[in-house]
Design a protein around this ligand. Sequence first.
Ligand code: F3S
Length: 422
Amino acid sequence: MTSDLKLTPQEIALLEGAEGPGVQRAMEIVVTLGRIYGAPDLVPVGHVQIAGVSYKNLGDAGVAFLHEWAEEGARVRVPTTLNPAGMEMDRWQEMGFDPAFAQPQIDAIMAFVKMGVKPTLSCTPYLFPDDAPARGEHLAWAESSAVVWANSVVGAYTNREGGPSALAAAIVGRTARYGYHLPENRLATHIVDIRCPVRTIADFGALSYMVGKRVGAGVPWFADLADWLPPLPNDFTQGGDAGDRLKTLGAGLAAYGAVALYHVAGYTPEARDQGEALIRPNAQRIVIDSLDEGYAIMDADPDVTEIDLVTIGCPHASLSELRYIAQRLQGQKLATRLWVTTGRITRARAEQAGWVQIIEEAGGEVVADTCAVVAPVRSLGVRTMATNAGKMANYAPMHSGVKMRFGDIDRCLDAAITGRWK
Ligand code: F3S
C-alpha cells in the first residue's frame, strides 16, 4: 500500500539532508515504512528500544553499518535503550567467551554509545525507573516481548519495530503512524476462554504457546485470565507476581505467534476502560481446557536428564524473581551451571539487597547484559538446558541447537542443585 504521507516542514528538511547524511538516512527509512504501510503522518516517540544487538545477529556487516551511521553524524534525539548483547560486557573473559566474538561485540556497543544510546543491554526496559513507558505514550520498540508489555500491560502504543527501523526512529524522534499506533488496530480479534488452572510462570508460558499458535498476529482478549492473576501494581520496577507472569505470557505470545498486544478483561488498562467495546464483532472464540499441549512442545527433550545449564530470566529477571531465587538457594551448593539473566540496572539493585551474593555463593551466576539465546552458549560447552520461560524454551533450541527441559522455577532450581532433571 502507498499513501500521501504528510510531512511537516521540519521533517521535509531532515529528509532533504538539513542535518547531515546520518539523519537523512534515518528519515528515509521512517518515511519509506510510512509509505509502505499507508501511514497518514509521523508521530513523535517518547522512547526507543533497539534489538538485534548481539554480534551473533549483527555479524561484521552489521557492526560496520552501525559505525558508518555513527560516522555520518547520526545521534538519537529521544531516550533510547539497547537489548541484550552476546555476552556480559565486564566479565566476558572469566565467563569463557572467545575474544574473536568479544571484540566485535564491544565495537558494536561502542557504535551505539557514540550515537547516544544507553547501553542498558536488557529486554526489560519497562523494569527500569528511568525508562518505563507511560500509558498513551508512542514508542518505537524492537524487542517483541517488550512491545507486548508496552501495548498490553501499560497501554502505550508501539509496533514491532526491526533493529534498523527502531534506530532510525530514535535518530529522527518519530515513527510512522500505522498499525498499533491507531486505535482501530487495537481491537481484539480472538476471545480466549480458559477452563484450566494457570498458576505458575511456567503455566503462563505454556498458555502463551497455545494461544500464540492459534492467534498468530491477532489480538487476543482473555475473558477470564484475571481470575489467575494477582492485582496489577502501579509500579512494575519492583517486579512482583503479576508482572512476572505477564512478562512470560507476552514473550511467549510474541515468540509462538506474532502477538504485539493482548487484553485481559477487567484488568489491563484499555480493557478496564473500554470493556467489550474493544472486541471486534467477528472475533473468533478459543477455549483452552488444558495446558498439556504447551508443556509437551516446550519440554521438548523428555529423555534428557543431565542438565548443563539452567537458565532463568527470559525476559530478563525482575527484582522479585531474584529475591525468590536467593531465598531458595540460601545455603545450597549447585551441581550444575545456573544463569539468572537480568539487566545490569536490576542486578545492581539486587546486589544492594544482598540477593546476588547469595545466588553466587551457591555457585550460580547472575548474568547481566545477555541471555542464553543471544550468547553463543554452544561455544561455552552447553548442550542441554532447562528453563521455566516459554520463549527461551522455543528460541534456545532453534538458535543454539541445545536440548531443552521445561518446567516451573522450583523444578529448574532443583535441577541446578542436583544437576539432574527429575
Ligand atoms: Fe530477553 Fe533473551 Fe528472552 S532477549 S526475552 S532473555 S530470549
